[in-house]
Design a protein around this ligand. Structure first.
Ligand SMILES: [Zn+2]
Length: 396
C-alpha cells in the first residue's frame, strides 16, 4: 500500500500506526532516506492494501478505523482529501486493509505463468522482497529468484529441477507466503517467530529451475513445430509427457553438475530423453549454468533442493559434507518424519556439486510418496510435513 508523506511524519510513525516492523518498512523503501522524509514523497507500507469502501449512513472515519483495528490517523493518512466532517453516504473512501490471507494460488496445477503471477502479487504487497532473474531457459523464459531477509546466513531453496515435480514449486511458494504472513501479522508459524529468521538469514528462492520442462508436463509441447517434433522424438514417439523430468532439450538438469559426472554418464542413457540423460558435458544447459552462477555469486551457506518423491532426505556426497550436515538432517527428520539417507549411488546432482565444491551443508529433499507427478490432492499432506523443513532450513 502506498501512502503520501505529510509534514512531521516518520517511518517510525507508520510502523506504530500500522503495527508493521520498522525494518520491513525500511526494506520496502530502499530508495528513500529513512531518517529524513520529504512532504509529498511516496512510501510503501508492506502487508496492506488500500481497499475502496462506500460510506453508509452512520459511518465515520473513526468507526471504520475501529472496525479495521487501526488508529483514526491511519484513515486520515490514506484519505488526505477527505474531510471527516463532510463524510456523506455513497461517498467512496480508501480503507487500509491488513492482508492476513494467502495470495499464492492453491489447488490447481502450478505452471510457469501462475508462478509469475504469484511472484508479482507477492512483490506488490511485500515490496521488501527482492526479485530478479538468474538467467534464461533454452526457450528464453526468465528464471526468477526471490530474496527475503537481511541476515548473514545465506540459505537457498529451489524447486522443479525436474519437470514433473512441479508440486515442489507450489510448496516453496506457499511457504514463502506463510513466512510473509507471519512476518507482517506478528503471528508465529509453528510456534516460531518469523522476525528473527528474517534478521538472521537471507533466503534465496528459485522456485522453478526448469520452467520449459514444467510447461511441457502441464501444458504440452511448445508452439514451434520444430520443438514439437523434437520433444516427441525424445519421448520415444509418445505425446504423453507426464513422466518428463528433463529440460526441453531432453537433458536431466540434476545430472548436469561437475561432481563425478562421468560416473553418472556411465550408468545413464546416452541420448536425450524424458529423464536421466546427463548431456554432452557438465554445465552445458542454460538452466544448470544459471544455477551454478547464482550459487557462486551468492556464496550460499546452505542449499536445499526440493524434489519428489519418497519422503527421504539425502544429505551426503563422497564424505565431503561437514559434520554439521548430520545434525541438521536429524532436525529435518524430526520435524517432518522424513528419513535421512546419507548417499545413494548417484552423482552430478546440484547438491552433490555444492557439497563437493564448498564442503558446506547441502540437501536433496524428496517430498511425498507415490508416483510422479504427485497429484494435488496430496499437497496439504506434503506441505504439512515439509513446513518444518522449510523453517528448520532457516533456524538451524
Ligand atoms: Zn527429482
Amino acid at each position: 500500500m502506498e501512502i503520501i508523506v505529510r509534514k512531521g511524519d516518520s517511518l517510525w510513525n507508520y510502523s506504530q500506526m500500522f503495527q508493521v516492523n520498522l525494518q520491513l518498512i525500511n526494506d520496502s523503501n530502499p530508495k528513500i532516506d529513512h531518517n529524513n522524509l520529504t512532504v509529498g514523497q511516496k512510501v510503501q507500507i508492506p502487508g496492506f492494501v488500500a481497499k475502496e469502501y462506500q460510506i453508509h449512513r452512520g459511518d465515520s472515519l473513526w468507526s471504520i478505523a475501529q472496525k479495521m483495528n487501526l488508529p483514526l490517523e491511519a484513515m486520515e493518512l490514506i484519505n488526505p482529501e477527505v474531510k471527516a466532517s463532510t463524510l456523506s453516504p455513497g461517498q467512496t473512501i480508501k480503507v487500509p486493509t491488513r492482508i492476513n490471507w494467502r495470495l499464492v494460488q492453491n489447488g490447481q496445477k502450478y505452471d510457469y505463468s501462475q508462478l509469475l503471477t504469484d511472484i508479482n502479487k507477492l512483490h506488490e504487497i511485500y515490496p521488501f522482497l527482492k526479485i530478479s532473474n538468474i538467467g534464461k531457459t533454452v526457450l528464453g523464459k526468465e528464471i526468477p529468484e526471490i530474496l527475503i531477509g537481511t541476515g548473514e546466513k545465506r540459505v537457498h531453496y529451489n524447486g522443479s529441477f525436474h519437470a514433473n515435480e512441479w508440486i515442489t514449486s507450489l510448496a516453496i511458494m506457499t511457504f514463502l507466503n506463510d513466512y510473509l504472513l507471519s512476518l507482517t501479522n506478528h503471528q508465529p508459524i509453528r510456534g516460531l517467530n518469523a522476525s528473527p529468521l528474517y534478521q538472521q538469514s537471507t533466503l534465496s528462492i528459485v522456485p522453478m529451475v526448469n520452467p520449459d520442462g514444467v510447461e511441457l508436463v502441464l501444458n504440452g509441447p511448445p508452439d514451434k513445430e520444430e520443438w514439437q517434433k523434437r520433444v516427441v522424438e525424445f519421448n520415444k514417439g509418445s505425446t504423453d509427457f507426464t513422466e518428463w523430468k528433463a529440460n526441453i532439450r531432453g537433458v536431466d538438469l540434476n545430472d548436469q553438475f561437475p561432481a563425478r559426472w562421468e560416473l553418472e554418464k556411465a550408468r545413464n542413457p546416452n541420448e536425450p530423453g524424458p529423464r536421466d540423460y546427463v548431456g554432452e558435458k557438465p554445465l552445458l544447459e542454460p538452466e544448470a549454468i544459471a544455477m551454478a552462477n547464482l550459487t557462486k555469486e551468492r556464496d550460499f551457506t546452505r542449499v536445499l533442493a526440493f524434489h519428489t518423491q519418497g519422503e527421504v532426505i539425502y544429505w551426503g556426497f563422497e564424505n565431503l559434507e561437514p559434520a554439521e550436515s548430520e545434525v541438521i538432517v536429524k532436525e529435518f527428520s524430526r520435524v517432518s518424519g522424513y528419513e535421512p539417507v546419507k548417499t545413494i549411488a548417484s552423482y552430478a546432482g546440484y547438491k552433490d556439486w555444492f557439497i563437493q565444491d564448498w564442503q558446506r551443508t547441502g540437501f536433496t529433499i524428496e517430498l511425498g510418496r507415490g508416483i510422479n507427478p504427485l497429484p494435488l490432492s496430496m499437497f496439504d499432506d506434503i506441505y504439512k510435513k515439509s513446513l518444518g523443513i522449510f523453517l528448520a532450513g532457516l533456524y538451524m
